[in-house]
Design a protein around this ligand. Structure first.
Ligand code: BG6
Length: 522
């Protein structure tokens, strides 16, 4: 008590807090602004940052698209979107205040005159500040054309100019290694790497950022992350949705491997297995992530059958409601061979992780929406204790369960440590229990949306949470042979799975021999 009081008497010097406010006046241009992403994610994120005072008063946001809107009708559309998709419902006053900063430019990105005309429109720096953030929310096949036209119209400033130009490129970045290399080449023709922000929204999730804090801000956990103690790692990104309206055409040309594994899941894998970075700078972190990707030896196409499973959901009941099978969905080829489920076994050939397989899986129409990473530890060298395990009324004595660390990316964000504890009974028996950290219980506040964090970082010029060109290519190098084997049907059948299941039965064989197989997140 005495001690505490004396501590309070000492006046501590104020700790300087890094400021996240954006200082530079800026113009945000969204190419492809009439798409879903603008309404669901981009505008709500920009609005929240604006309402919370992160953005300067001199901010202009321009939607660039082909549809026939005016400033007024676009503002009305965005106002409705904010009410529908915003994290917090805006008041009328907040909306009016924000929407004054929103403009619309009707133009076709396939028409090069539109870019010249747009450049003239935004040349008035008193209305459209000269620092420019361009968001390419457009079809990937148009990236190259749009960058070239932006360049020709003088929209892209030099990296070391007084005012900055930054370009955000949405995924998918290429559809295989060759196209990603080509796209990087094009991007480099027009932009310096420091001006490019390849977005992977998983990196903006609060819980994903917490992986590095958990590992490197604590002395006690990091020594556990290696092949002496870890048996295997599981990474799951499961979704209950099927093809939301309008998505079929994109998805059928993409599939689960390109849509989720090449980017989001491999990024999670990097964060959970990478070496400690020398600092928290963008390049220090990205260098370490790159090394992880380079340590994964891509399978030969003829080996793919042993390390990969693909599946497609069939029709059936989901939450008691009948849902269509994948091939019956809107804008899907009835003979489609696109996978809606993918599972892979990956091996890292590096000192720390050799011998520890990483099992990853993702799919649509699965039993639950859950993304998590689970570190499964080895069993103790000597099994001294037994545990009681019951299925229904039938109980049995078995060995104690191996420890697990569970990173719950979403929902119910948090981290759990699972371990054995003695049951309060006379016999010496242990039971699997959990130490749980939960964001909602600890901080009782909404987590920021990934796009808020990421857009703010672009405006502040911090590319830590964006993927560098070499990382993207290294990730494609891993999935390319799988895509090839699947395309050529090299002993990898397309397995069907029922909606509300955990994927095709074939995925069980992939993980056989490791604990109890795939974890069933509860
Ligand atoms: C996107 C994919 O990148 O991520 C979608 O294109 C997927 O198919 C989505 O549904 C999942 O994101 P989240 O944040 O809902 O897990």
């Amino acid at each position: 008590m005495q001690e505490t009081e004396s501590v309070h008497e000492i006046e501590m010097p104020a700790i300087p807090q890094p400021t996240f406010r954006v200082r530079d006046p800026l113009t945000i241009t969204i190419f492809g602004a009439s798409g879903d992403l603008t309404q669901r994610k981009l505008m709500p994120a920009i609005f929240t940052m604006f309402a919370q005072g992160f953005l300067p008063a001199e901010t202009a946001i321009v939607g660039f698209a082909r549809r026939d809107y005016t400033d007024e009708s676009f503002r009305a559309l965005m106002g409705d979107a904010l009410k529908k998709f915003g994290r917090n419902k805006p008041s009328d006053e907040q909306l009016a205040d924000f929407l004054r900063h929103v403009f619309y430019y009707r133009g076709d990105i396939e028409d090069k005159n539109a870019f010249k005309d747009y450049a003239t429109k935004i040349a008035d720096a008193s209305k459209f500040p000269a620092n420019h953030l361009y968001y390419l929310s457009i079809k990937p096949e148009l990236f190259e054309t749009v960058l070239a036209r932006m360049h020709d119209a003088g929209l892209i400033g030099h990296a070391r100019q007084e005012h900055w130009t930054r370009v955000v490129i949405e995924k998918p970045f290429g559809h295989d290694l060759a196209s990603a290399v080509e796209l990087n080449h094009t991007v480099r023709k027009f932009l310096d790497e420091s001006q490019v922000y390849r977005i992977d929204h998983y990196l903006g999730k609060e819980t994903v950022q917490n992986i590095l804090s958990f590992r490197f801000a604590n002395a006690i956990f990091e020594p556990l992350f290696n092949n002496h103690l870890v048996d295997h790692i599981q990474i799951t990104a499961a979704e209950t949705v099927g093809m939301e309206s309008g998505r079929g055409a994109y998805y059928d040309a993409t599939g689960a491997l390109r849509d989720m594994v090449q980017n989001h899941i491999l990024q999670l894998l990097c964060l959970v297995t990478m070496e400690p970075p020398a600092s928290l700078t963008a390049d220090a972190i990205r260098n370490e992530k790159l090394k992880v990707l380079q340590s994964i030896v891509p399978p030969r196409p003829d080996q793919v059958g042993r390390i990969a499973v693909r599946g497609q959901y069939s029709g059936g009941l989901m939450d008691g409601v009948r849902v269509a099978g994948y091939r019956e969905e809107e804008r899907i080829d009835p003979r489609s061979m696109t996978e809606t489920y993918a599972a892979l076994k990956l091996n890292l050939q590096n000192w720390r992780w050799v011998g520890v397989p990483v099992f990853v899986r993702t799919g649509k129409r699965l039993a639950r929406r859950v993304s998590e990473i689970v570190i499964h530890f080895k069993t103790p060298p000597l099994q001294l204790f037994q545990t009681v395990e019951c299925v229904g009324d039938m109980c049995d004595l078995t060995h104690s369960k191996p420890n697990q660390i569970v990173f719950r990316i979403q929902p119910d964000e948090g981290i759990a440590l699972k371990f054995s504890a003695k049951r309060p009974v006379l016999q010496v028996q242990v039971e699997n229990v959990s130490m749980n950290f939960s964001y909602s219980q600890t901080w009782q506040k909404d987590l920021p949306e990934a796009y808020e964090r990421l857009l703010l970082d672009v405006m502040r010029g911090d590319s830590t949470l964006f993927t560098r060109s070499d990382e993207v290519e290294a990730a494609w190098r891993i999935v390319d042979p799988v895509l090839q084997a699947w395309r050529e049907n090299l002993n990898v059948p397309m397995a069907a799975y029922a909606p509300e299941s955990w994927g095709p039965a074939e995925s069980l064989a992939l993980i056989k021999g490791h604990d109890e197989g795939w974890r069933r997140p509860v």
